[in-house]
Each structure stands twice: as C-alpha cells, then as structure tokens.
Design a protein around this ligand. Structure first.
Ligand SMILES: [Fe+2]
Length: 346
C-alpha cells in the first residue's frame, strides 16, 4: 500500500494507493491543499478513484466536491451525510475497491452522526472517532457521547490491537499510533465505563472551532467559502503594483480610470488622487453610466485589495477586458507614504 500523509495545521489527509494498479483514494482532503494532492498523485504515479470524507467536518473546508469536479470521480461518505454532492453513500461494513485494495467502512457515530472509520490492510483511518491521545469531540452538531462510547468500546477498540491508527487530526504532532498504544495511553479511553466516559466527554468545555459556521455551511451544502470566491477572482484578474499606479498617477495617465470601490466616508477620508468613487455594492447598477466605454483601462482598489479583486473580476465578467485590480489596497498605499487626497472630489 502506498500511503502519503498530508498535514494542514492540525488536520491530516491521507492518500492511499494500490501499488499494483496505481488506483488511489484520498481521505479527508482540505480545500487549500488541492494542488498539493494532485502533485503527490503525479509524483507517485497514481490516479485518484475515490474521494472520501470520514464525516461532516466542522473545523476545516473539505476539498471533496472541488476535486470531484476536477477529476470526475465519486465522493464517498456514510449514508447519513447531509451533503447533496455525495455520490456513493455507504453503510456499515461495505467495501470500496481501490485497485486491489479493499477499503472497509465502519459506521462509528459519536463525533458526528455520519462518522466512519476506514480499514485498509493493517491500517485504520479513524477520522475524528479516535485521535492519538484524544477522541473527537461530541459537542458539535449531531455529536453524541453515548454513541461515541459504543463506536469505540464496542466497535473499533475490539479490532486487532495491532491496527495502525491514522486520525483526521494530530494537534499535538504525535504521529501515527496503534490501537494497542491508544488503549494503554489515551487519557480519554481510560474511562472504560460508559457513564464515566460520557460524563468526561460532556465536561470537556472545548472552545468552538474558528470557522464553524462557514465550514458547516460549505461542507453540508457544497457551497463556496469566502476564500474560494477570492481565489477564483484572483485567478481571473491581472494586478497592478502600488509603485506602478503611483507612477501613473504622478505622470498624469489620462487613459487609466481609477475606481475606489469603498464606501463614501472612506473615500472622503482619503483616496488616491484622481480616483472616482464607485462603491462595490453599486457597481453593477451604475457601471453603464460610469463606464460607457468597455475598452477603457480600469483599475479598482479598496481598503485591503480583496473587495477590489472581486470588483475587477465582476467588471471582466461584464466585458471590461482591461479591468485590473490594485495589488494591495488603500492601507498599503498609505503605509508607502504615497499621495492622498481628501474630500468628495477626485
Ligand atoms: Fe471533525
């Protein structure tokens, strides 16, 4: 079995490949690492056949939907997954054939209702059901400490203790473990009685994950993250550097229309000399009047360079093929000590 572990902060993804057939499955991919996974696949001479999420993640953005679109392969999850883009919904004990490898799913609810562990050879991909030195939490949506007790003590912990454990998180950098080691040393597993285990889980008082609502929104619906929208816009838009714009402003470039897409009060407090105000929220409705010539060279800027990228992408979509965004924003312009004009006139 070919195995690559990909770390994204405390999250772990796994690329599991069959050496005989070069077929592979990717477990718990994360959205920012899409290019890395495809690079690893190419380096190992593999082809991804399945994208597996061990559960509905609340703390990171799953890449399964995006990779399924790029690779035209199925997304695999437990049948309780709420995500509408899942192609293969599995039940307890069902197998996925990855070349000559057999990946067997165990339904292990508790961290979430749709949690699974995946057995391949002597390896067990435990998702957030069992972590090294911890377990998944049970206080997020669809979590249930009673169910986690059963999934652990009447489920995976009854397997051969020699199974290697590959969890979806490794916040402490413990590296891979075994069931035997976890049984002996994992503090949460020392509560062997159901009541004690459940009480311990209920009293953990963990802080909420940073992107909880956005992760649940996008992972459960297949919708896009804010970062995804920005990355897509960035891929469609050329940028102009701060220094280049300063040269053009000082040199009196009459060809370039500079649009400040912030709100009026920000514009009046200080804008780039010669810039016209056209707030992002009014862009589409006012563009015909403000920019009658679609061949015009247009530059957008905002406070930080994010909203202006979206604005320039929108302008390009509308046919302004020379729309560019400032690489940076008003705050970087100010920090650079470049000229600023106040008031309502350009
Ligand atoms: Fe999780």
């Amino acid at each position: 079995m070919i195995l690559e572990t990909i770390a994204t902060g405390g999250c772990r993804s796994y690329l599991v490949g069959c050496p005989d057939t070069c077929a592979a499955a990717l477990i718990d991919p994360e959205l920012t690492q899409v290019d890395r996974y495809l690079g690893l696949v190419a380096r190992n001479g593999l082809r991804i056949r399945f994208l597996i999420d061990t559960h509905t993640h609340a703390d990171h953005f799953s890449a399964t939907k995006e990779l399924a679109r790029q690779l035209d392969v199925p997304v695999v999850m437990h049948r309780h997954s709420p995500a509408p883009f899942v192609d293969m919904r599995l039940e307890d004990d069902e197998l996925v054939a990855v070349g000559k490898l057999r990946m067997q799913v165990m339904h292990t609810p508790g961290h979430t209702r749709d949690s699974i562990c995946v057995k391949v050879g002597d390896s067990l991909f435990t998702g957030d059901t069992l972590l090294t030195g911890a377990t998944g939490r049970t206080d997020l949506p669809s979590g249930d400490p009673d169910a986690l007790y059963d999934s652990l003590f009447n489920g995976i912990l009854r397997l051969d203790p020699a199974y290697k454990v590959y969890p979806a998180h490794d916040h402490q950098g413990n590296g891979p473990s075994t069931l035997a080691r976890e049984l002996a040393a994992n503090p949460r597993l020392q509560h062997r009685e159901r009541a004690a285990f459940v009480e311990n889980m209920r009293n953990l008082n963990l802080t909420m994950p940073t992107h909880l609502t956005e992760a649940l929104r996008t992972n459960m619906s297949g919708g896009k993250t804010v970062e995804q929208l920005l990355a897509e816009a960035t891929a469609k838009v050329p940028f102009m550097s701060l220094a280049e714009l300063k040269n053009r402003v000082e040199g009196g470039d009459s060809e370039l229309v500079v649009l400040d897409v912030r709100e009026r009060d920000a514009y009046e407090q200080g804008h780039i000399p010669g810039a016209r105000l056209l707030p992002r929220g009014q862009l589409e409705l006012r563009v015909n009047k403000e920019l009658p010539d679609p061949t015009q060279h247009v530059l957008t800027y905002c406070a930080l360079g994010l909203i202006s990228t979206l604005a320039a992408a929108t302008l390009r979509e509308m046919g302004f093929q020379r729309a560019v965004a400032l690489d940076g924003g008003m705050s970087a312009w100010r920090d650079a000590g470049y000229p600023i004009r106040t008031g309502s006139d350009p």
